[in-house]
Structures are given as C-alpha cells and as structure tokens.
Design a protein around this ligand. Sequence first.
Ligand code: GLC
Length: 435
Amino acid sequence: MTGTTVMGGREGQADTRWFTEARFGMFIHWGTYSAAARHEWVRSHEKMSWEEYRKYFEHFYPDLYDPEEWAELAKQAGMKYFVVTTKHHEGFCLWDTQYTEYKATRTPWGRDLLKPMVEAFRAAGLRVGFYYSLIDWHHPHFTVDRYHPQREEAGERAKNAGRDMRIYAAYMRNQVRELLTQFGQVDLMWYDFSYPGEDGKGRADWESEQLYALTRELQPQVLVNNRLDLPGVGDFVTPEQVQPTSALVDEEGKPVVWEACQTFSGSWGYYRDEYTWKSVRQLLWMLIDGVSKNGNLLLNVGPTARGEFDERARARLRGIGEWVRRHGRSIYGCGAAPQEFACPADCRLTYNAKARRLYVHILNWPVKHLWLEGEAYKQRVAYAQFLHDASEVQMKRPEAWQEAQMGKGRRAAVCLELPVLKPPVEIPVIELFLK
Ligand code: GLC
C-alpha cells in the first residue's frame, strides 16, 4: 500500500474525510502586492516592469504582523484550516527559500513570514494548506505569455528564445520540496493555475506529472487541488468566485469533493479602495449553500502590507463567528440532505449522517408556519428545536384548511409552528432529529 489509496478518497488519491468534515477554511493572499493595495495582479494589469514593481519589495515592512492573532481570528470565525499564498504570481516567497533572493528574508523586514504562521495556525488547531503559484512573473526563465506583465514590452517576447521553462519547472520542484519538507505535515497543496492553449501554459510547461508525483512522494496524505492541468488528478475541484447551483458530480455522475474559493470583495490581495464587500449574511449564505451541496468554503483575507487584517475583514470574521459558534452543528460534518427530504421554499437543508439530524436554514422568515412536505418528514422527524437556543419548535399535523392553501395536490407532512418574530440570529436554523 502506497499510503495514497485510502478509504474516503478515490483510487490513488488522498483521504478527504478531514476536509469534508471541516467545511470552512481561510484563504490568505499576502505578498508585496499588498503594498500596491490594488489587486494581487497589479503587476500584470498595469504591465509593470521589474524596475517599476521592485519598490514594493524594497519597502515591505510588515511590523504589525501577528500570526497568533490571525490564527485566533480564523478560529473564532469557525474556520478549520487555512491556505496561504507561499508564493503568488508575482513570484515573491514568504519563506526563506534557498532558490531565490525574492523572498521575505530579503525585504527590509528581513524575516521568514511563513514558519511563524504555520506554527500559530497549527497551535490553534487548524490544518495547514499551501497555495503555490505555478505562474511566476519574476523568474528569469518563465516565458512571457498572455498574462505576463511584460507581454507588450518591446524585445521581451524575443527573449523567450533564451528562457527555458525546464529550468523553471525544476525551480518549482525545488521549492515544493522545501515546502513539503521544512514545515511538518502539510494537509493541502493548492497549485494555481493552468491556462493551456495559445500563448498560455499547461502541464507540459509545469511538468505537472513530475510535480504531482513529487508532492505525493513527499507527503502521501496531502490533498491536492485540480489546477495542474492533469486530467483525473485532484482530490477536490475549485470553483472560484461562483456558487455551484447544485452538488458537483464527475462524468459518471458520482459526487466530487469541492471547495468554492471566495473573496470578501472583488480582490484576493488587499485592495484599499475596493468597496464591494459582501455582508456577513451573504457570506454565511455562501457557507450554508455550499454545505447543502456537499461543498466547502475557502474564504479569503488579504492582509495589509503592515501585516494586519483590516477592519472590514475583522468585522465580517466576527459576524460569521458569532453565527457559527451557535450553528456549527449544521455545518461541520454535514452535507447535502437525502433526496427524499424536499427543501422547503426559501430554505437550505444540510444533513449530518452520523448524528442523523437534518438542518433547515431559513433564509427568509415566513409567517408563523413552515410546512415540510413529503412522506419522509412525516415518518422520520422525531423532534424539532431551534439550533441557536435549543428551544422546542412545535410540530403539528396541518389542518385541512392549511393544506388547501398550499395548492392542488400538495400535502404538508409536518407543520412547524414558528414565532412571529425572527429569532435574533442572522440565519435561523431548525434542527430536526430523525428516527
Ligand atoms: C486565480 C487568480 C488569483 C487567485 C486565485 C484564487 O486564478 O489568478 O489571483 O489567487 O485565483 O483562487
């Protein structure tokens, strides 16, 4: 046994059980682009040369960096793992890699930023994930392509003849070896990303097979995402900035493990002047909606160049944590409800198979009653309570006049008697104990 074929995962892939149990993680995008404070793609968007871009590296001084606090904020929000950009597309490395000078220890701050982060999050009980960018706009052998900052610079394209992606691919393996040997157990590797085709890059450029094999060899248990451009490889799929409309399945219709990655606003890196921040309620909806479709939520924070989560992020993490503290039971270890339980209007169902409990998340507060339709509810619901305060929600058989109101051919199996006022939580949840 190689250690990679384990129950719960697919053949040849890793065990995803901790991951689907966890459901909620923190993404962290942090690099020298945080100083530009206008998107982590700023160098590409603004087609900056190295001469223009280097100022962020030369001024990087995150003196307020407090990884214990970050870990505490993630934990309080209810997150169970984190994934940090060890290197993003700009190429800057948070750790003291021996393969480039473009790293945290060569900034004015002069210290490794990754090790203390890993230690702090691990100490807080969170699993450790590394994002590693396949794209690298700093490496001299990374060829200029359609996203490269220097794509329009005269002469840069011509230099591609002298650039050798094989050298770059070996560089990536060297760095991944560091990441997977110097930081203890790594639970998740998040490679980003492939864009094969004309003027793009894919598995042949990254030498993805070798990179994947190395990853597995060094840490057989590590979960790997699906962005290496290797068909069939990936322990989970990664919808980005979208909520899938139904549980995701593979070509054969079997459910796949997935994780939606989402931002608070439109950017992953700290963006000072971006104001389209989602509300706590929307963010909770994304978490709940994902779990109701068997998915995880990886919610991103872009710390500032001084090393802090800004107030907008803190407020949302607090708000989320406030809800999750009382409602974690409907999230952790939960997934889509069995099909026989029809989801009531304006609700989302999640289900904990081990505990045999069904959770009705009420997104829009109804007037006095919530009707559950179908035999399954009639036969199997033993007891109902609000999750936030464990107060009973009384169940009634609906009166004939009520059923008549529901429309032709529809029958409520159970009628839940609701208070007129919505309980004082962002999204109320009713916990149904099944027989
Ligand atoms: C993307 C972007 C990137 C971000 C990532 C997160 O593909 O290139 O900036 O890190 O998605 O999912």
